[in-house]
Structure formats: structure tokens, C-alpha cells
Design a binder for this molecule. Structure first.
Ligand SMILES: Cc1cc2nc3c(=O)[nH]c(=O)nc-3n(C[C@H](O)[C@H](O)[C@H](O)COP(=O)(O)O)c2cc1C
Length: 405
């Protein structure tokens, strides 16, 4: 089995392109010894490299290349497996786009793929090479700010902290995590995340409840989220809560119960956003649609949560379009390093722009992820980079500030 890996990277500031020949010369013999074949393309600012050979050798070499300070912004574009090589030349061949026209380079690449049919023009390897040579990959990759040009300054002005539950006989607790618009320095909403009585995860909380009472407990627990919001004084900020979709369907008068909880705690329906995930809805779309109509008629906002995790979420999006769509952390984590995640995210952003849906990136932890996502057009973020959830309180929020050089 031959493993194929393609990545793209950017020339590092400390690497002089005149040293490229030397790098290629050393790499050629190393690759040949590892039974690795492939090509390296350079257009003056960016590299595209195809590495192919035994899986272990390709992985080990890619790990090394990834750490190499002579280039940065390394993005993995493709991993695939094939019965034979696309390039028969063990070692590595350099194609320098600065010296030849795209057409000439493309022709020589095809010749370098010794057996032409190994580099089929409808195959992904050929298409990646072609889009790099033509420069069309740049259309999908807007310029982003340098992660190193930002520092994060904590703002503690809204911090509220409580050592324990705020009310007697509370069956669960809530932690508050802000969703922010970092470049405007604004809070989009506060999300109330359910915790077990001991402060454990939502899974801990729901595991302690008999299956037949899950939906009732889910709906009634929101009372404590609204009570917390009242106690800490969220003012006119929005509050996002999670609700199992079937809680709206299975509990008679669920929306009225929710509205009663909201008003009793001094909030208004327009400041509440109900976040739902698709997995449970699948069994009862019709009933769910009725509940959504009721919620929206009452003025409550809607969000699809964990979009892209498990069930794709696309099916739910065809049925109803919420005001907000939250992209699951599994797509967000290390997005700056991963071409397939980037392509999926760009498509989601485009789709939501067409439907006028706000997009929130969940689970943002690294400044590199945030810079990439901002460049892709996302404005709303949730994650440890900005604020960690605070049990029974409001956490400090770290706002990005441009470093002056
Ligand atoms: C754009 C680029 C492509 C590279 N390609 C290869 C390669 O194909 N094979 C190789 O051995 N090293 C390649 N290197 C160099 C490796 O990053 C690394 O320096 C080399 O494997 C030696 O690592 P070591 O001294 O830790 O063994 C490349 C470096 C850059 C910047």
C-alpha cells in the first residue's frame, strides 16, 4: 500500500529561496533511502509538496517537515492510499514556478509522474497540483492576520463568582460561558451550561436521571439557568440555553412552561436563545416543527448546536433555518492546519451567508484557529481562548489587542 500526503506551506521569513536547491538535494537522497517519492512545487511564497511511500515513513517525515522553521502555515490538504505511486522517481523533484510558465510546469509535472495514467487528470493529486500551479487555491484562502500580532487582555469587569450553588435544593447547577465578537469587543450572548449538583459534566447530570424523566428534568432545569442569570444580573445581554428537542415535544405545554420561567426571572423571551442539536429531532420532525413555531411566535431565538458533529446537521438545516448556527469543535480544532476542515467551514460560511444565519465557532482555544476563522468570515466565537465557563458566575473575558511593534 502506498500512502499519499499533500500539504501546502508558506516560506518562512528566515529562509532564503536561493538555499532551496541545497534543501532539495539533501531531501532527495533521504527520501530515496526511505522509499519516498513525490514532488515539491514552489511559487516564490508558498510550497506544495506531494509525499508518497510507506505509511510510517511518510508520517514520520511529515512530522519532521511540520517542525521545520524554514516554512510556516503548514496545512495538510490530502491523505489517501493507492495501489501504486503517482511519481515513480524515488527522491523528490523540485518545480520552481518562478522560472517557468504554469503551462510548462504542469506539462513537466505530468511527465515526472512517470506513468501518465498514475497521475490521472480526474484524480485529486493532479487537481491539487493544478490548482497550486494556476494559483486558484488562493481564492479560497483569504489573507489572515498573523497570530503573533495579537495579545489577549483579560477584562474582569463582569466577573461574578460564587463558591457554591446559589439556591437551596438546586437539582443542578449552571456554568456561564460568553459567546463573543472579539474584534468589536462585544458579548453576543452568555451560554448557560448545565452541570451536575457536584459541578460535573452534563453527562454526569443526565446519567443520574431515569430515562423516562429526562425530558421533564431537562425542561425544568432551565428554571435554574434563568434564576442564575437574574442573580448575576445579565442585564439586556442574551442568554443561550440548551434544550433537548424532544423536551419541547414530549412535555405538554413546554413552551408555556419555558415562557413562565423566563418572565418569572425578569427576562424577556427575545433575549433567550434555545440551542438544539439534530440527533434527537430525527424521530419527530413534525412535532418538533410545531414546537419551533410556538417558540418563534413567542419571540425566543433559535440556534442549531454542535453543527457538524455526529449527525451532519444538514438535514435539520433544510427543515428549518435558525438565527444562529454553532459549528462543532471537532471542525474548529486545529482548523489552521487542516485543508479538509477549511473547505467544509468555507462551505458552511457561504451557506449561512446565503440564508442570513449568524455563525458561531465553538471550542476555539488557539489564536491560530481564531485568526484563520476571522479571515474566513466568522465573527462570533466561544472557547477557552476568550473565556472559560464559570460555575455559578461570569468569567473574565480575554479580548484580543493588536500588538504595536
Ligand atoms: C518545504 C520543505 C520541504 C521539505 N521536504 C523534505 C523532504 O522531502 N525530505 C526530507 O528529508 N526533508 C525535507 N525537508 C527538511 C525536513 O524538514 C528536515 O529538515 C529533514 O528531514 C531533516 O530532519 P532531521 O535533521 O531532524 O533528521 C523539507 C523542508 C522544507 C522546508
Amino acid at each position: 500500500m502506498i500512502s499519499t500526503l499533500i500539504y501546502r506551506s508558506r516560506l518562512g521569513p528566515s529562509f532564503e529561496p536561493s538555499k532551496l536547491e541545497e534543501l532539495v538535494c539533501v531531501s532527495q537522497s533521504r527520501n530515496a533511502a526511505l522509499k519516498i517519492s513525490g514532488i515539491l512545487l514552489f511559487d516564490g511564497t508558498h510550497f506544495l509538496q506531494v509525499l508518497e511511500g510507506p505509511l510510517e515513513s511518510v508520517n514520520r517525515l511529515y512530522d519532521k517537515i511540520n517542525q521545520d522553521p524554514r516554512h510556516d502555515s503548514v496545512v495538510e490538504l490530502m491523505r489517501d492510499y493507492a495501489p501504486k505511486r503517482h511519481f515513480e522517481n524515488l527522491g523528490m523533484t523540485l518545480f520552481d514556478l518562478r522560472s517557468d510558465s504554469p503551462r510548462t510546469v504542469l506539462r513537466s509535472v505530468i511527465v515526472a509522474g512517470a506513468l501518465k495514467f498514475n497521475l490521472a487528470s480526474d484524480g485529486r493529486v493532479y487537481k491539487f497540483i493544478k490548482s497550486f500551479i494556476r494559483g486558484s487555491w488562493r481564492d479560497q484562502n483569504l489573507p489572515q492576520s498573523e497570530p503573533a500580532s495579537w495579545c489577549f487582555v483579560p477584562d474582569r469587569s463582569l466577573v461574578r463568582a460564587s463558591p457554591g450553588p446559589l439556591f437551596v435544593d438546586q437539582p443542578c447547577q449552571f456554568a456561564i460561558q460568553p459567546i463573543v465578537e472579539p474584534l468589536r469587543g462585544q458579548i453576543s450572548s452568555f451560554e448557560a451550561l448545565i452541570r451536575s449538583p457536584g459541578g460535573g459534566s452534563p453527562q454526569d447530570y443526565f446519567a443520574s436521571i431515569p430515562a423516562e424523566r429526562i425530558h421533564e428534568a431537562d425542561l425544568l432545569s432551565k428554571e435554574w439557568a434563568f434564576a442564575l442569570a437574574k442573580k448575576i444580573g445579565i442585564g439586556s445581554h442574551k442568554l443561550s440555553i440548551n434544550l433537548l428537542p424532544m423536551s419541547l415535544v414530549n412535555i405538554p405545554g413546554a413552551v408555556d412552561i419555558l415562557l413562565d420561567q423566563i418572565t418569572r426571572n425578569g427576562l424577556v423571551p427575545e433575549q433567550v436563545i434555545v440551542e438544539v442539536t439534530e440527533d434527537e429531532v430525527i424521530s419527530g420532525y413534525d412535532e418538533f416543527t410545531t414546537a419551533i413555531m410556538q417558540l418563534r411566535s413567542a419571540g425566543i431565538g433559535l440556534a442549531i448546536d454542535d453543527f457538524g458533529a455526529g449527525f451532519a446537521g444538514l438535514s435539520l438545516l433544510t427543515k428549518f433555518q435558525p438565527g444562529e448556527l454553532k459549528i462543532d469543535r471537532s471542525i474548529i480544532t486545529d482548523i489552521h492546519l487542516h485543508g479538509p476542515k477549511q473547505a467544509i467551514l468555507n462551505a458552511i460560511v457561504k451557506c449561512c451567508a446565503g440564508l442570513e444565519i449568524s455563525v458561531v465557532a465553538e471550542g476555539v482555544e488557539k489564536v491560530e484557529e481564531w485568526c484563520w476563522l476571522e479571515a474566513a468570515g466568522i465573527k462570533h466565537f466561544q472557547g477557552y481562548l476568550f473565556a472559560r465557563p464559570a460555575l455559578n458566575g461570569v468569567p473574565a473575558i480575554s479580548w484580543p489587542v493588536k500588538v504595536r511593534r
